[in-house]
Ligand binder design. Structure first.
Ligand SMILES: NC(=O)c1ccc[n+]([C@@H]2O[C@H](COP(=O)([O-])OP(=O)(O)OC[C@H]3O[C@@H](n4cnc5c(N)ncnc54)[C@H](O)[C@@H]3O)[C@@H](O)[C@H]2O)c1
Ligand SMILES: O=C(O)C(=O)C[C@]1(C(=O)O)C=C[C@@H](O)C=C1
Length: 310
């Protein structure tokens, strides 16, 4: 079993921060857990739920003496939080985060970090459409990827400890560059969310279909989109604004393929439609056969999700 951290400081006790708190406690991954959130109401809930040994809105006091600090705030807030707490970090501490975008997080946080603090950015590829400390659960990361993107020159011992921490939470850990991470997640997570936000918005705007009809007849496919489109607005605004280039690149490809589909429909090209739908069905069946519903495309690396890789 991984060596437990002495004092784990979690900044931001929403879905992800509170799931880490629950999982770290269940797995004995930290001797002491301190919860820090700028929202006093969240701190109150953390206390009521008994998620941490200490809970505070005071960032500097909370991170003082911690040997692992994990930022679990929206991506757009990470730079400011890193700047505010930098002076309070203990020498030898490891700083990490869980942001859904990595290059922008590294650029925003790294310049503020004092000598002797190792930075090991992480992204657990697991979540739900819910937010806040009540939404978290200890098994959220079980069997799910956690991607580490340590900047060049990061102390390998710090990377090893963060890897062991995430494995202790049940994740399967992989390391890659921030730029590669952002490209992969643009197509597997960010663009799908954009599509969901867009289709639900379009349906809600239709003049010939009233809001109540959208709700009444929503079933199957559309209902799945509404779940994703219920995801946190602040979190997703920040993701799109900080992973702009990769999202626009993938959106460009998506738009081209969508135009080809529209053309096939217009010109009664049933063969083209059938060929694509057959290919996509085989992809889904392959994923299910591997026992991993949420496998990532391999981008020339390897096919399948964590379970397939085991
Ligand atoms: N929700 C998901 O599915 C998911 C999955 C993987 C990673 N992430 C990433 O995890 C991070 C947190 O997401 P979440 O879903 O837990 O969000 P959340 O909205 O549930 O929680 C965020 C918490 O951060 C707090 N916060 C915001 N700004 C702060 C600041 N400046 N100082 C201190 N606390 C602050 C908020 O009060 C809130 O309690 C984001 O960076 C997101 O990209 C989310
Ligand atoms: O399952 C969901 O609800 C999610 O949106 C989780 C999801 C994803 O796209 O898979 C969303 C954002 C995160 O950065 C990681 C995971």
């Amino acid at each position: 079993m991984a060596e437990a951290f002495r004092r784990l400081a979690l900044v931001g006790l929403g879905l992800i921060g509170s799931s880490i708190a629950r999982g770290a406690r269940a797995g004995g991954l930290a001797r002491e857990i301190v919860a820090i959130d700028r929202d006093a109401g969240v701190i109150e809930r953390v206390r009521a739920l008994g998620l941490a040994d200490e809970a505070t809105t005071d960032l500097a006091a909370g991170v003082a003496g911690a040997d692992l600090v994990i930022l679990c705030v929206p991506v757009g807030a990470i730079g400011a939080v890193a700047a505010e707490m930098a002076g309070a970090l203990a020498p030898g501490a490891i700083l990490s985060d869980v942001g859904s975008v990595k290059a922008a997080v590294v650029a925003a946080a790294a310049p503020h970090l004092p000598e002797g603090v190792s930075f090991v950015p992480a992204h657990p590829v697991a979540g739900t459409e819910h937010s806040g400390p009540d939404a978290g659960f200890a098994s959220l990361f079980h069997g799910r990827w956690c991607i580490l993107t340590p900047p060049e020159g990061t102390d390998p011992a710090a990377v090893t400890r963060v890897r062991a921490f995430w494995e202790g939470l049940g994740s399967v850990v992989e390391t890659m560059t921030p730029a590669h991470h952002d490209l992969v997640l643009a197509i597997t997570s960010h663009v799908p969310h954009l599509i969901a936000y867009n289709i639900v918005g379009t349906a809600a705007d239709l003049e010939t279909v009233t809001q109540s009809e959208v709700i009444k007849f929503s079933a199957g496919g559309f209902r799945d989109f509404t779940r994703i489109a219920a995801s946190d607005p602040t979190m997703w605004r920040d993701i799109f604004l900080t992973n702009k280039e990769a999202v626009l690149e993938m959106l460009g490809r998506f738009n081209e393929d969508l135009a080809a589909l529209a053309r096939a429909i217009r010109w009664d090209d049933g063969e083209a439609l059938h060929a694509l739908f057959t290919r996509t069905r085989a992809i889904r069946r392959g994923i299910v056969a591997m026992g991993q519903e949420t496998a990532e495309p391999d981008f020339g690396r390897r096919a399948g999700g964590p379970k397939a890789a085991e």
